[in-house]
Design a protein around this ligand. Structure first.
Ligand code: NDP
Length: 392
């Protein structure tokens, strides 16, 4: 027992937010600001948004920041050095800051494949990981989860569906899952016909009915690729077989996902759609911290409805299921092709329906590897991007 005079170990969690200037990063900072006794910000990182990174740093006083775009280094350094905040630049610096001794938890909230190396470095350094960057598990799920087991690192899901599954599993650790249902809003084009989908504009695709998110995930939600990426993410997070994962469209986004156990009993987690809740659960675990988020009112939602996902008009979802079943580097190819396709769509170079078309071509052409190593994933990502660019 500690003596009364012994200093108590601090229960404050020291957090690094990789991608602090994004949608998840800024909401994580709101969660942290609301719980000053629970969290301290140690590291913030951005790609090119130097102004917001500086503003966040002056408010949260991290120990260190990283700006990936080296051309922005001087601006950030000039602004922060007088405040005794260390400033680093470049991708390599990301992998270094996550190993800082003072850190407890790394929130991986960089978008896309760019988040893989730093997430792996955080796990390698034995830091707990709150994972928003689903592409990390899509690209290299087997490698990431086996490294996490080896290093005794917990990966706390931030994605609302996976947070829902995780919350349903609390207290059920030894009980077997029969199946999980990931709920999907269906995106802005749910129920639309082929003719409508063929003529979708960027502006229409960027308007999500229930969630405000970064541009890439918003387009992924419109094509249903986001759900496909989540299916693969769930497979690795919860150690499931592909046939144990199903998708059900639930347009109100109140039930965030469902676990069905071997006795047929189902548990669901529900609440109003607000990403701050799963972010807070991941950062605060195992505590449930109080929040002032708006509460769900049953009478405002007299019916919660469910539909089959439209696999015909949204071919990205079946493409993701196929890539998961194929295994190896197929999800890595799928992810790289999707990143190029989404970026081409956002620059008006391909149509909305051109996104799955491009991914299908890359999946058919890129080299398949059944048991890829980390270097194989890096090469496969590169090759798939090069092939994808040929079709843009
Ligand atoms: P945003 O586009 O809003 O933010 C991305 C963040 O990553 C920004 O801080 C950005 O910096 C940084 N970044 C972008 N590219 C690079 C790079 N090459 N190297 C280093 N940093 C980079 O994305 P979101 O916050 O929407 O999404 C982040 C992740 O969380 C994604 O994987 C997404 O799928 C997942 N997610 C998001 C949800 C949401 O509600 N937004 C919900 C569930 C999951 P800068 O601002 O300087 O460009």
């Amino acid at each position: 027992m500690p003596e009364p005079s012994d200093p108590q170990p601090s229960s404050i969690k020291h957090i690094a937010i990789l991608g602090s200037t994004g949608s998840i990063g800024t909401q994580a900072l709101e969660v942290i600001a609301a719980h000053p006794g629970e969290f301290a910000v140690e590291v913030l990182t951005a790609n090119g948004n130097a102004d917001l990174l500086i503003q966040q740093s002056l408010k949260f006083h991290p120990n260190a920041v990283v700006i990936t775009e080296k051309s922005k280094y001087q601006q950030v350094k000039d602004a922060l050095l007088p405040h005794d905040i260390k400033v680093y630049a470049g991708e390599e610096a990301l992998a270094q800051v996550v190993a800082m001794d003072t850190l407890d938890t790394v929130l991986a909230a960089i978008v896309g494949y760019a988040g893989l190396a730093s997430t792996l470095a955080a796990i390698e350094a034995g830091k707990q990981v709150a994972l928003a960057n689903k592409e990390t598990l899509v690209v290299a799920g087997e490698l990431v989860t086996s490294l996490a087991r080896q290093k005794a690192v917990n990966i706390y899901p931030v994605d609302s569906e996976h947070s829902a599954i995780f919350q349903c599993l609390a207290g059920e650790w030894d009980n077997k899952i029969e199946k999980i249902y990931l709920t999907a809003s269906g995106g802005p084009f749910r129920g639309k016909d082929k003719n409508f989908i063929n003529n979708v504009t960027k502006e229409q695709a960027l308007k999500h009915p229930n969630w405000e998110m970064g541009a890439k995930i918003t387009i992924d939600s419109a094509t249903l690729m986001n759900k496909g990426l989540e299916v693969i993410e769930a497979r690795w997070l919860f150690n499931l077989k592909p046939e144990q994962i199903d998708v059900i469209v639930h347009p109100q986004s109140i039930i965030h996902s469902i676990v069905q156990f071997v006795d047929g009993s189902m548990k669901a987690q529900m609440g109003l759609p607000d990403m701050k809740l799963p972010i807070q659960y991941a950062l605060g675990f195992p505590k449930r911290l109080p929040s002032s988020f708006p509460r769900f009112d049953f009478l405002k939602y007299p019916s919660l409805t469910f539909e089959k996902a439209d696999m015909e008009n949204f071919p990205c979802l079946p493409l993701a299921f196929e890539a998961m079943k194929r295994g190896g580097n197929a999800p890595c190819i799928l992810n790289a092709a999707n990143e190029i396709a989404v970026s081409a769509f956002l620059s008006d170079k391909i149509s909305f329906i051109g996104i799955p078309g491009l991914i299908e071509k890359v999946l058919a052409k890129a080299s398949f590897m059944a048991k890829p190593t980390y270097t194989d994933y890096v090469n496969s990502d590169k090759e798939s991007r090069e092939i994808a660019k040929e079709y843009v």
